[in-house]
Design a protein around this ligand. Structure first.
Ligand SMILES: Cc1cc2nc3c(=O)[nH]c(=O)nc-3n(C[C@H](O)[C@H](O)[C@H](O)COP(=O)(O)OP(=O)(O)OC[C@H]3O[C@@H](n4cnc5c(N)ncnc54)[C@H](O)[C@@H]3O)c2cc1C
Length: 268
């Protein structure tokens, strides 16, 4: 099929890079669009995410990719999948933006974004999503790192002007502190300390507010585990008001890390 969809295959949106923008030393925005944008089915989640398909240029594949045939005939040429938040969608301009953490030479997506050029293809399926700020929450707590900064930034923009709460974001260095459009009642804390424990300490140090809190905690796997424990066991947040997701894991490529997500926790 024209969109790469055989039996049971997800439709692919094939975009091209329009421009890139260095937001900070460790964050690069890739804006993509073009005629393929019409196939993109937007949704209302702040944390809407897509699966990007990265084919090895040496494999000579043209998007959309026929994954079923590749799996059967050339499994070594299958594109690598990487998960990314759609930072914003501009339906009028037929463009969307993805903010990539630039985390060094290892990996597929980060190194690609660091040198992406206008005209290169950007192929995706999705979006999925699961969180949007609840306007009825008494207060909001958003905790993450550079990988979840795009989702946190989108959530802050989606909140009503009278929303209150805290956003805590762990950054690599001072250069990664960026301007966030947000309701004035949301206090932003940039956490410079490194390590899994730093965000936990920062959350523990907060002046805890009363009332119904809606929490969004996405980022590195070990940090999110510790934060989940703090928020449920110590702070008593109802699990239904807590969105927790591991976005990446130290020392793991995404393929391995996503496979581990499907295993019982004790076996990892
Ligand atoms: C729902 C969802 C939404 C996401 N949204 C975003 C987003 O908007 N922007 C974004 O940048 N990431 C986002 N991520 C995280 C991203 O998918 C992972 O960081 C992914 O591993 C990057 O792929 P890669 O090919 O660059 O590195 P991989 O090949 O997966 O990993 C190579 C090495 O780099 C390390 N590494 C991977 N990511 C990071 C990182 N962020 N910081 C430091 N080291 C790292 C790994 O531990 C590994 O050692 C999201 C993940 C999920 C599940």
């Amino acid at each position: 099929m024209a969109d790469g969809r055989g039996r049971g295959q997800r439709p692919q949106t094939v975009l091209e890079v329009i421009r890139t923008e260095r937001l900070s030393p460790h964050l690069t925005r890739v804006v993509a669009g073009g005629p393929g944008f019409r196939a993109f089915q937007n949704n209302e989640y702040s944390d809407r995410y897509v699966k990007l398909l990265f084919a090895d240029p040496a494999a000579g594949l043209e998007p959309p990719y026929d994954l079923e045939t590749l799996r059967a005939e050339r499994p070594e040429a299958l594109p690598r999948l990487r998960t990314y938040t759609v930072r914003w969608v501009d339906v009028e301009a037929q463009e969307l933006a993805i903010d990539f953490v630039i985390h060094g030479d290892d990996g597929v997506a980060g190194p690609w974004a660091a040198t992406a050029q206008p005209g290169e293809p950007l192929v995706m399926n999705g979006p999925g999503g699961g969180y949007a700020p609840d306007p009825d929450a008494d207060w909001h707590l958003l905790v993450g790192d550079l990988s979840s900064l795009p989702a946190i930034a989108a959530a802050l923009e989606d909140m009503p002007a009278d929303a209150v709460g805290h956003a805590l974001i762990q950054v690599e260095d001072d250069g990664d502190v960026v301007d966030l459009v947000r309701p004035p009642g949301i206090e932003v804390t940039w956490v410079r300390e490194r390590g899994d424990q730093a965000l936990v300490d920062a959350v523990r140090a907060l002046r805890w507010r009363h009332g119904d809190v809606q929490a969004f905690v996405h980022g590195e796997r070990e940090a999110t585990k510790l934060l989940r424990r703090l928020l449920t066991d110590e702070r008593g947040i109802d699990r239904g008001r807590l969105s927790v997701s591991a976005y990446w894991a130290q020392g793991r490529v995404e393929d391995q890390f996503q496979a581990e997500k499907r295993e019982p926790v004790g076996q990892i």
